[in-house]
Each structure stands twice: as structure tokens, then as C-alpha cells.
Design a binder for this molecule. Sequence first.
Ligand SMILES: Cc1ncc(COP(=O)(O)O)c(C=O)c1O
Length: 391
Amino acid sequence: MKLSSYVTGMVGGEETDAWAIHSNAQNRRRSGEDLLLLSIGDHDFTTDRRIVDAAVNSLRAGNHHYTPSIGFQYLREAVAEFHARVIGEVVGPANVAITPGAQSGVFAAAQCLLDPGDEVLGFDPMYVTYMDALEARGARVIILPLFAEDGFLPDPDRIRAAVSSRTKAIMLNTPNNPTGVVYPRETLEALASICVEHDLWLISDEVYCTMCFDTPHLSPRLLEDMAERTIGVYSLSKSHAMTGFRMGWMVGSEPVIQAAGDVMGSMMFGTAPFIQDAANAALTSAVDVVDMVRDRYRQRRDLICDALEALPKINIRRPSAGMFLMIDIRGTGWDAIDFAWKLLEEQRLALLPGEGFGKQLAGHLRLSYGASDEDLTDAACRLSAFLQKNG
Ligand SMILES: Cc1ncc(COP(=O)(O)O)c(C=O)c1O
């Protein structure tokens, strides 16, 4: 009996060396080893009590039945209001489809927009799961390199040159994981004009939109002629420290959202009602959590960057948003994967080699600062000790 070429040839696949370090560290910590794990993007915060109570109360009230595939109307309305407040775009509930996390939003967008043989333009570095989600429809992802020297921003000329008669969409992520870059208006306008010129869709993952520290987030949906061709993907995972709730949404034109509802019907058959009640509480009562999360991450970003800036032979790119810091270790002469393994063995600190996100991040390590001040200070000490011995 044969499995599909999608599962045998594409999705999941062999674990790369870069991710093996994270899995190794995670397994060892689970079996009791004392390791400092800053290789994954989860919060150390517990979800706000008001949100948890809303989920529990909802369950106790008997909300454990099937729900509309596209999401409850009251939640789509709450999302539309949140979107107007945070993104600055007035949309209605008909422009919103509820999805279990942004991950499902990207997957559903690919199902709605792509056909076998279509091409999607993506970038290196790129968030790991996009490739599998986009290729699930038989589309091909054409990867364009981003360069550290350009601040990891896409080059419009390179994008224009890569557009072919098969190109159907561009996959964008701002604020960006892993680089921490917030795309400026000029870059987004250049991308938008390519989309309009070549009649392309834009899948815009804006999951870190509430976690900007220096420059504000700009959604490409706000640019001229872009609302009808941009599918914005969002979630509560980062903004409200709700990663395990699996709650997100897509914002798009009504036909796309109707299609997304149908896709969600075939895939999920609706998001759990008590999770939708928790999301409603997050969006309507626990709104202050968004500022708390962002402010704490800004402090953490500053703490870890100030500590690492003083270390020899490494360079850091102070992220403008999100929860990750890229450390450029090219000055040490080490390969990032070797460096990360040895750091794990000698200092019991797990960081993720940049290769986990593409070739362009060779010579970099990604540090997640979703950890306490004590752990971040400790990580800086361990890295300093490692560099003293091996740098
Ligand atoms: C860029 C990006 N997109 C999507 C996701 C998945 O988010 P969610 O938990 O909302 O599915 C993540 C998670 O780390 C992410 O970093």
C-alpha cells in the first residue's frame, strides 16, 4: 500500500541537522536533564486567567457541540473590531474566517488560491512550515534569497525577475520570524505593485503584528488595490500567549473567506466552541494582555541584546519585533550547526542554527527570548563562557 507523494516526499521529511539539535535538547529536558532551551518560539507566560476562565466556564455551560466551520458570528465580529483597532482597516465579519491558529490559516489560504503546477514566490530565510503548507496543493515554491547586508528585506527587482506565467502568489511574513525585521512601507509598496502588475495573490502572515517594538506594523492589506488580493493571517498565539489554544483567523475578500469556510469544513469541521469563547474573552475583555506581552518582550529584547552586544566575535541584529534574536557567529569561524551542538554539550544551552530557516542564515543562531530575565541573563553568561573557551 502506497502513501501519497505529498507525505512521502514533501511534508515533514527528514529532520534537518539544525532542527535535530532542538529535538535532542527537548527530549533530554523531558527526561530530566537540566538544559536551558531557547530554541523554540513558545511563551513562558501562562495564559491570562480571564481567558482560561472563559474556556472553562464555556465548557461547564455545555458548549461542547459542533460549530459553524467558518467560526461563530459573534467571534468573527469581535475579530473584525480587533482588526480595525490593531491593523487600522475596517472589515466586517464576512471578511473573517476563524482557523485553529495562523498555521491553519496559511494552509487554508494555499487550498483556496493554488492549483497544481502554480508557483508561489517565497524567501530564504523563511518560516519552516510554509513550504509544506503551500506545496500541499501541488504548487511549487520558488525561493528567493534575502541577504543580511540588505537587512533581510526582499529586493523588488529580484522578485519581478522571478515572476513567470505560472506565478500565482507571494508568501510574505512581516514582522518576520526568524529575522525580527518589520517590513517598511517602501518594501511593501514595491511588493504590492508587483502583485497588481502581475495579478498575484499575497498571503500575508502577520502573526507578530502586535509585537512591534520600534516601528509600527503595516499590513499590505492597507495598500492601494491590495485588500482584494491579500489574505491576512493572524492568531492569538503570540499576542495573547495562547499558543496551545490553537486560535487564529484569516482576513480576506468575501469570496476568499467563503472558500476558506468550505476548506475549514472539510479539514476541521469547526473550531471548538469553548476555544471560541476564550478567544472572544481575549479580544473583548483581556485586551490589556496585548500591551503587557509586547512590553515584556521589548524589555527582554533589550536585556539579551545589551548583554550579547558586549561579547567578542559575534554580532547581533537587534530585532524590531517578535520573540527571536539572530546571532551572527561568522566572526568566530565556527559552522553554526557545530557551534550549536558543542554549546549544548558544554554549556547546556540550546539555540537553533539559522540553517533551520534556509541557507541564507548559515553562520547564524536563533535565540528565542520567550524566557525569564534570569534565564536570559544565564544564557548570555553561558554563551560568554563558551566563546571564551572556543571563540
Ligand atoms: C511566522 C509564524 N507563522 C505562523 C506560526 C504559527 O502560529 P499559530 O500558533 O498561530 O499557528 C508561527 C509560530 O511560531 C510563526 O512564527
